[in-house]
Design a protein around this ligand. Structure first.
Ligand SMILES: Nc1nc2c(ncn2[C@@H]2O[C@H](COP(=O)(O)OP(=O)(O)OP(=O)(O)O)[C@@H](O)[C@H]2O)c(=O)[nH]1
Ligand SMILES: [Mg+2]
Length: 441
């Protein structure tokens, strides 16, 4: 993602706080200036940025640190918290159920590409998607979508010879049997009457659960205006911000959309079908801060849960369910490699290679596999004989090789956990810290 300049600006601010012995008014002011500079450079709205830094200042100077946090951690925590609010507050909810989604947006915003990416998103989560090509405006729009459909093995409905998009949709709806229906629509230069009329017609036929506007991040703060207009005219239920990978204005686009109260559902981070992320402001800000000060964020940790997990692990009980929990928690934070890198006393080279390398897609596959096991198998993976392995692979839409890989990785991790347990004094503390990181954020 081209968030480097925004990220390095925010990190500079956090470093400034971290680098002083006493966080006084001057330090906070200077840190706020760094944040302002970074956000304004990413084309965020001046007024919003000043409101943000005002909140940081007021809270940093006025609130007492929560129990267990140093003053420094407390201030960094406030910066984190306020940035999360500034960039959207809530994690997007994408219910994995039968749904109908109508995509709309101006020319070249990324609608057609996003239609494919969202189809793939659902497909990878076990639902059957289909795309309906309702862009009858742009030349070869149907072919573009067919190509995309082929690459992700998702059916595409439509009629390249029909000019009336409402008719295309009506006909397709009679045929379509899939669970998740994604409708691509024609772009326009801007939101004009023509477009409102067309989208309204599609809307009446489809009766969608979701109406997403697709907005390219390079619009910067103008994205907010566009989101608001579409909200007023077409009652959108969410925003997809595309091209986050190719502009320095992503922060401006996201903050402006968030300020309209619209929910950002997904962000597009590249041209490939896999380049789609469910939007999660906490994760986004963690990425900006570069996980730089995890300690300061411990406040967010559900201590009890983390302690409980540590205790069970210390007693040698590390089930596949624990493993799955950890994967899910780590998944919401970024790469395990980065997380591990921040924990004092852990020698990354001692961890199994596979553990460090688990990528998001693999984690997803592993999640399906664990979901397909019986509770008994999850508690005691030794039960998993070849015929059970086949059943699990079939149930999760994976290969027996994947199941074997997961079990191997689980065993290695369990061994690694034992190694920490038997290690020098102090390691227990480190492990607890690690678990807190896993359990929190
Ligand atoms: N780098 C990058 N490029 C993207 C992203 N999303 C879409 N694109 C590219 O943007 C261009 C336009 O994308 P489309 O999906 O065709 O956009 P559209 O909104 O359907 O365009 P029209 O149908 O012409 O209105 C294509 O070259 C895409 O590959 C993204 O997240 N990152
Ligand atoms: Mg298109």
């Amino acid at each position: 993602m081209v968030l480097d300049s925004l990220s390095s600006g925010v990190q500079k601010a956090v470093d400034r706080i971290r680098g002083t012995t006493l966080v006084d008014k001057k330090t906070i002011k200077e840190a706020c200036k760094e944040i302002q500079k970074a956000l304004l450079q990413s084309d965020a709205d001046v007024e919003l940025v000043f409101d943000l830094t005002e909140s940081i200042k007021t809270r940093a100077l006025g609130e007492d640190p929560s129990k267990g946090l140093t003053q420094k951690e407390h201030v960094i925590n406030i910066v984190y918290d306020e940035l999360v609010k500034f960039l959207g507050k809530d994690e997007a909810q994408i219910p994995l159920k039968k749904s109908k989604i109508l995509l709309m947006g101006t020319f070249g915003a990324g609608k057609t590409t996003t239609a494919g990416k969202i189809a793939r998103f659902y497909k990878n989560r076990g639902l059957k998607p289909a795309i309906i090509a309702c862009d009858t405006y742009r030349e070869a729009a149907y072919d573009q979508l067919k190509q995309i459909g082929k690459s992700i093995e998702v059916p595409v409905y439509g009629d390249p010879d029909e000019e009336d998009s409402a008719k295309v949709l009506k006909d397709a709806m009679e045929e379509v049997e899939e669970e998740v229906i994604i409708v691509d629509s024609s772009g326009r230069d801007a939101l004009n009457e023509d477009m409102v009329e067309e989208i309204n017609a599609l809307n009446r036929i489809l009766e969608p659960d979701e109406r997403f506007i697709v907005i390219p991040a390079d619009m910067g703060q103008q994205a907010g205006k566009q989101a608001r207009r579409f909200q007023e005219e077409l009652d959108i239920t969410g925003v997809v911000v595309t091209k986050m990978d190719s502009t320095a204005k992503g922060g401006g686009a996201i903050s402006a959309c968030a300020a309209t109260g619209a929910t950002i559902k997904f962000i597009g981070t590249g041209e490939d079908m896999k380049d789609l992320e469910k939007y999660d402001p906490e994760r986004f800000v963690s990425q900006l801060i570069g996980y730089g000060d995890l300690q300061g964020l411990l406040e967010r940790v559900d201590e009890d849960q983390a302690e409980e997990q540590v205790k069970r692990m210390m007693e040698g009980e590390f089930t596949l369910e624990d493993f799955q929990d950890q994967m899910k928690q780590v998944q919401s934070m970024g790469s395990l490699d980065e997380v591990m890198g921040k924990i004092p006393g852990i020698n990354k080279s001692k961890l199994p290679d596979g553990l460090i390398d688990i990528q998001e897609e693999k984690m997803e596959r592993f999640n399906y596999i664990i979901d397909s096991m019986t509770p008994a198998e999850r508690k005691d993976p030794k039960l998993i004989n070849p015929s059970r392995k086949k059943r699990i692979a079939h149930g999760s839409g994976t290969d027996t090789k994947d199941v074997s890989e997961l079990i191997k990785l689980y065993r290695q991790s369990k061994k690694a956990m034992k190694m920490f347990k038997g290690g020098r004094g102090g390691l227990r503390g480190n492990l607890q810290k690690m678990m807190k990181q896993f359990g929190g954020l």
